[in-house]
Design a protein around this ligand. Structure first.
Ligand code: TXA
Ligand code: MG
Length: 394
């Protein structure tokens, strides 16, 4: 690889850097945002140096994780954290998750306990976020004013190397404009953050597709599940004596109750078109989808329903494959938004699994649908589809 000696400017950083031919080829520019493609299975530290330097000097970097893409900045730098809130349009009381490259680093940023290390030895690096009291190293700007901090150690090789090379913990919410579906690919992140982030690292599709499981440590042997994800309640029970499920983990909180997880009170994951969740037995739901597809509705369904629906329905995979449904959910919502048609319908996911992947899907979909639920009856009828308007059940 030869060095052409050409110099490029990283916007907002006030630095120039000599790029190699490969970097020049791979670093495309979008409204001042550097876009770098990195092969997750065979990259070198050198390929992440621009991004790591961007983070270290207070800039914004979009990067892949095993859950969803994050938009990150130095978690110890108040002004860098503020940039994240501005770029996302995120309310300043909604705290950020702090990403570390090894579980023991957490010690510098949070007041840990033996239960944290038990959880870490089982689930970190990986898709689990743990909330603990914060130390002074993390400014309150990053924690939405709270005295607690949410810490996660991602297993994605690019995320992990980026944090290590940056040499600082990275505060990173999901890489989407506030309220929109989380980005599961760099291209989706680019649509939201071209011109707003300094660097976007494209490391391919996120593995899992739904955000991390969030727990709060509530005792020596107990946690509260605040956001369901890939680490299920049953898995947590192998490490903790007690796992309570916060009401907000499943649906909405009563208006008078202060949410433990501030992000829960905001509209979330929402496509710009109205979305309704459809419940009822499988045959009725499929007939209802077929009927709505004829009327120009956009359908997000399962493989098994596709033959009867026809048209351009989007499938999340098999009805039985909850992993595939989680993997494809956010991209399906974004694709549905881009299709002709002004209303979206999707299956109500199974919630009876009490803290597993069904609950994780339900948690995202019920918010994306702003609690709009219709019941499909025989032959494609429904309790009410609101004469063209979605019916809100709550
Ligand atoms: O998988 C993930 O967790 C992704 C990737 C990028 O790591 N990140 C992510 O961040 O989903 P975000 O900001 O989209 O969601 C974080 C959630 C928010 O609902 C926020 O309110 C909650 O975590 N949270 C963060 N710190 C908290 C704290 N100290 N106490 C309670 N909730 C907290
Ligand atoms: Mg988010």
């Amino acid at each position: 690889m030869t060095d052409t000696g050409e110099e490029r400017h990283i916007r907002g950083q006030g630095q120039t850097k000599r790029l190699t031919d490969r970097e020049l080829f791979e670093s495309r520019r979008f409204s001042g945002t550097a876009y770098i493609t990195v092969d997750r299975d065979s990259f070198t530290d050198g390929e992440l140096l621009i991004a790591a330097k961007t983070v270290r000097s207070g800039g914004l970097c979009v990067f892949p994780t095993e859950t969803v893409y994050g938009i990150g900045a130095d978690a110890t730098d108040s002004r860098a954290a503020e940039k994240i809130y501005r770029a996302k349009g995120r309310p300043s009381d909604n705290p950020l998750i702090i990403h570390v490259s090894s579980p023991s680093e957490t010690e510098k940023y949070a007041v840990t306990c033996p239960l944290y290390y038990r959880l870490a030895s089982q689930f970190m690096p990986g898709p689990l976020t743990v909330i603990m009291p914060k130390r002074e190293t993390i400014p309150k700007t990053a924690t939405g004013g709270l005295e607690t901090v949410a810490v996660r150690c991602p297993s994605h090789p690019i995320a992990n190397a980026l944090i290590r090379l940056a040499g600082v913990p990275i505060a990173a919410p999901s890489a989407n404009i506030s309220g929109r579906p989380s980005a599961t690919s760099a291209e989706f992140a680019l649509r939201d953050f071209a011109g707003r982030a300094d660097v976007i690292i494209d490391g391919g599709d996120a593995d899992f597709g739904l955000e991390s499981t969030i727990v709060r440590i509530t005792g020596d042997d107990s946690v509260e599940l605040l956001r369901p994800g890939a680490v299920t309640r049953d898995a947590l029970l192998c490490v903790c004596g007690e796992v309570s499920v916060s009401p907000g983990a499943a649906g909405e909180l009563p208006a008078d109750e202060r949410p433990v997880c501030p992000g829960m009170k905001y509209r979330h994951y929402a496509p710009s078109k109205p979305l309704a969740l459809v419940r009822g037995d499988m045959n009725s739901r499929t007939a209802f989808f077929a009927e709505q597809a004829k009327r120009g509705g956009i359908i997000i369904c399962y493989d098994e329903q596709l033959p009867q629906i026809g048209g351009e329905a989007i499938s999340l995979g098999s009805e039985k494959d909850l992993l595939s449904q989680g993997h494809l959910l956010f991209s399906a919502l974004r694709r549905a938004d881009a299709m002709p048609g002004d209303r979206i319908f999707a299956n109500m996911p199974p919630v009876e699994d009490g803290g597993g992947l069904g609950l994780a899907l339900y948690n995202r979909l019920i918010r994306a649908a702003a609690h709009t639920v219709v019941t499909a009856g025989p032959g494609g009828s429904a309790d009410d589809v609101g004469g063209g308007q979605p019916v809100s059940s709550r």
